[in-house]
Ligand binder design. Structure first.
Ligand code: ARG
Length: 460
């Protein structure tokens, strides 16, 4: 049996049970390209700093390229007894070029190495997901353009509410996805720092150049704290929480399309290309891909929870537990890519049934709000009303803060409590305050302001 790379002080080999339990090669081989990239940058830096001579460096660079070729052609033999991707590649390099390979691990530990690989991998994954989201946005905009003038019933509480342009409705999803793109861009910028040089946790006394490796690998800069460099998995939690948000968005879209494809709604027809059938009911043509978008979102959210649970009680620096961070990430990204791809294909393969959409419009007093608006316009708020309202609101605030305000459960929520109290205090004019407003936009406004304040409290 081959001695382990870390086997110097060990007299006996490790048991097979332990080997099988502790290996990560079965999943972390996914990192091979980034591991090789990182090793090449590291070798270049060692040579430039005089820690390795140029002929060794050249052999290492050539050997690593050959290993990459072997992996990609399927000829490389991954070995469980070589534990993980880092040791598989390094040991194979030693098999190939001999002694010089051993110098590659100068001023490096697997702890900073794995973090470097993982950050590079996540960066690439983000660069893959963003264009996919943009394609879905394009598909949705295309649907909106194809149905420019179509009016559809807009719901709140799943009840007929107000008519809206179908275009407007579809663009809601485009906006949500835009938030996700921005989150990914932020996440990418925050993870793009280089852990190399942190070594096990405490850096090295050797004269390395961390800026050189950071730059060669396209990172913004080296990480500032070496313990943080081997310990931090925030970038993973952040990435997986963005993925979970994307999953939640796609899941809402999926739910609507499943409903709209039902006989009850019949708003959309899906082409055979993106539907599946039932083995018992010959009449069935089902929107299964979108149902599975809902279903698979559960896994994406689960992956985030795995990561949070994994990290929540860990002591600082590297702990072997952290090896378990890879699979949820690989899983989450694989699923989110497929969810996006299938949603794109679905969007390109549905058509809207104007007849069914218009048939639904007349029922349910959809124009009631427009009529109410018309009546309101006749009696808009004047400046004296406004002054009474402002004064009344200040008084209510004072009462709340002094504890004299009586919150009433039968007035349901904060909005109604305040509005009703205002009517108690100033009478008629209070009622005009609710012109062109409903609790739906009001609560969202309040909640954003509240979160804004909360952030301003947490940051300091
Ligand atoms: N396979 C390990 C991981 O993914 C690499 C780092 C191992 N480091 C160590 N000191 N055992 O986390």
């Amino acid at each position: 049996k081959e001695a382990k790379l870390w086997g110097g002080r060990f007299e006996e080999g490790v048991s097979e049970t332990v080997e099988r339990f502790t290996e990560s090669i079965s999943f972390d081989k996914e990192l091979y390209r980034h591991d090789i990239m990182g090793s090449k940058a590291h070798a270049n830096m060692l040579a430039k700093q005089g820690l390795m001579d140029n002929s060794d460096r050249d052999k290492i660079l050539e050997g690593l390229s050959e290993i990459e070729r072997l992996i990609e052609s399927g000829e490389f033999k991954w070995r469980v007894d070589r534990e993980d991707v880092h040791m598989n590649i390094e040991a194979a390099l030693t098999d190939m070029i001999g002694e010089p390979a051993k110098k590659l691990h100068t001023a490096r530990s697997r702890n900073d190495q794995v973090q470097t690989d993982f950050r590079l991998w996540c960066r690439d994954a983000i660069d893959m997901i963003i264009p996919c989201i943009i394609h879905l946005q394009v598909a949705l905009v295309t649907l909106a353009l194809k149905n420019e003038g179509v009016i559809i019933l807009g719901n709140t509480h799943m009840k007929r509410a107000q008519p809206v342009l179908l275009r407007h409705h579809l663009l809601e999803y485009v906006e949500q996805l835009e938030h996700d793109v921005r989150r990914l861009v932020d996440c990418r910028a925050r993870l793009n720092f280089c852990p190399l040089g942190a070594c096990a946790l405490a850096g090295t006394g050797l004269p390395i150049d961390r800026f050189m490796t950071a730059e060669e690998l396209g990172f913004s800069a080296p990480m500032r704290n070496s313990i943080d460099a081997v310990s931090d998995r925030d970038f993973v939690m952040e990435f997986l929480s963005v993925n979970s948000t994307i999953a939640a968005h796609l899941s809402r879209l999926g739910e609507e399309w499943v409903l709209w494809a039902s006989e009850e709604y019949g708003f959309i027809t899906i082409s055979d290309f993106v539907s599946t059938g039932s083995s018992i009911m010959p009449q069935n043509k089902n929107p299964d891909p979108m149902e599975l978008v809902l279903g698979k979102s559960a896994k994406v959210i689960g992956d985030l929870v795995t990561l949070l649970t994994l990290c929540k009680g860990l002591p600082p620096s590297y702990n072997r537990d952290l090896q378990e961070d890879k699979e949820p990430v690989f899983d989450s990204i694989k699923i989110i890519m497929r969810m996006l791809e299938v949603s794109i294909e679905f969007a390109h393969n549905i058509s809207f049934n104007k007849e069914r959409i218009y048939k639904a419009l007349p029922a349910g007093h959809l124009d009631a709000t427009t009529l109410a608006d018309y009546l309101v316009k006749k009696e808009l708020m004047d400046n004296t009303d406004r002054d009474k309202i402002l004064e009344g609101l200040s008084e209510i605030e004072r009462l709340i803060e002094s504890g004299e305000f009586e919150w009433m459960v039968d007035r349901e929520d904060a909005h109604v409590n305040i509005k009703a109290a205002l009517t108690d205090v100033i009478g008629e004019p209070a009622k005009k305050l609710h012109t062109a407003r409903i609790q739906n936009d009001q609560v969202q406004t309040d909640f954003r302001l509240w979160c804004h304040d909360a952030i301003d409290r947490i940051v300091p």
